[in-house]
Write a protein that binds this ligand. Structure first.
Ligand code: NAD
Length: 275
């Protein structure tokens, strides 16, 4: 249902690869709520994925950009302002990649070139996005920037590997840049810490289906899905959350506050009765 929460607003959405992507749902919902958007992804993801379908549905332009490349980002912001007829009001950073996870390298046997890639793509790219936007003065006052993260930044999660370090850095950049961008331009910056969600990036984590089941049993409200994550993003892009900044906001059905739940304990006990 549209509440026109983003009526008259313009935004850039990074990271829609296919229909499962969280960014895909955010793009659809932003437009449904009255926004005009530009979609972006790497040239290879644009070729391999389905972003053109989304662009057609959202009546949006696609501007390619590798989020690790500053020139690409400057071009993206400049072009987006031309296409949208002015500065943007919101940006979604929905980007992640971890070659060590993909190759099955354990945390005590990391390939450091892969680690650098993980940090650059999944965390430093957020700094690059913010710095490019600020230099070009591309975001309106009271604009809102959101990046997606995971609770492994705070608590060690089996098999999340070096992506946990990337997420910790992403959340730190949110605070450090949030101070400067807030003070100088009234732009707010937050991360949403989302439940495990079935997407292309998510499914790269070993034992992902079990992780989803475990966190579903642990969360009093159950896991949050991609559409619910998109709904939360929309509230943060709207004018209803103007004084929320520099926060890591858990969107996980309560998982992050739990130690043990009845449902998880019951399942755990079953493994003893089988022995
Ligand atoms: N799926 C989950 O369980 C989950 C949980 C919490 C947080 N997140 C986070 O949500 C975000 C979105 O992931 P998703 O689950 O929707 O998966 P996804 O695979 O659909 O999206 C990841 C996107 O990152 C893009 N990307 C990779 N390298 C890039 C680069 N150099 N420049 C620009 N874009 C690049 C990919 O093309 C892809 O569109 C990620 O930050 C992820 O870590 C996901």
């Amino acid at each position: 249902m549209s509440y026109n929460l983003l009526k008259g607003k313009k935004g850039i959405v990074f990271g829609a690869l296919n229909e499962m992507s969280i960014a895909w749902k955010v793009a659809e919902l932003a437009v449904e709520q009255g926004a005009e958007i530009v979609l972006t992804n790497t040239p290879v993801s644009i070729r391999m994925g389905d972003i053109d379908q989304l662009a057609e549905k959202c009546n949006a332009h696609v501007v390619p950009a590798d989020a690790t490349n500053v020139e690409d980002l400057e071009n993206l912001f400049t072009k987006s302002m031309e296409l949208l007829g002015g500065k943007v009001d919101f940006v979604l950073h929905s980007i992640g990649m971890a070659p060590n996870v993909r190759k099955g390298n354990s945390y005590d046997n990391l390939n450091y070139e892969y680690l650098k890639k993980t940090l650059d793509v999944s965390a430093i790219s957020f700094h690059k996005v913010l710095q490019a936007a600020k230099k070009l003065d591309a975001i309106n006052e009271w604009g809102s920037v959101v990046a997606l993260t995971y609770v492994a930044a705070q608590k060690t999660m089996y098999e999340y590997n070096d992506m946990a370090d990337a997420k910790a850095m992403l959340e730190s950049i949110t605070r450090s840049f949030g101070y400067i961008y807030g003070r100088e331009k009234r732009v707010r910056i937050n991360t949403i810490s989302q439940s495990p969600t079935v997407t292309t990036a998510g499914s790269g984590v070993k034992g992902f289906d079990k992780l989803i089941d475990f966190s579903e049993r642990m969360s009093p409200l159950g896991n949050a899905d991609a559409t619910e994550c998109a709904e939360y993003c929309i509230t943060l892009f709207s004018d209803l959350t103007k004084k929320v900044t520099m926060q890591n906001l858990f969107h996980d059905g309560g998982f992050s506050s739990m130690g043990m739940s009845y449902r998880a304990m019951r399942q755990y006990n079953k493994s003893f009765s089988e022995e």
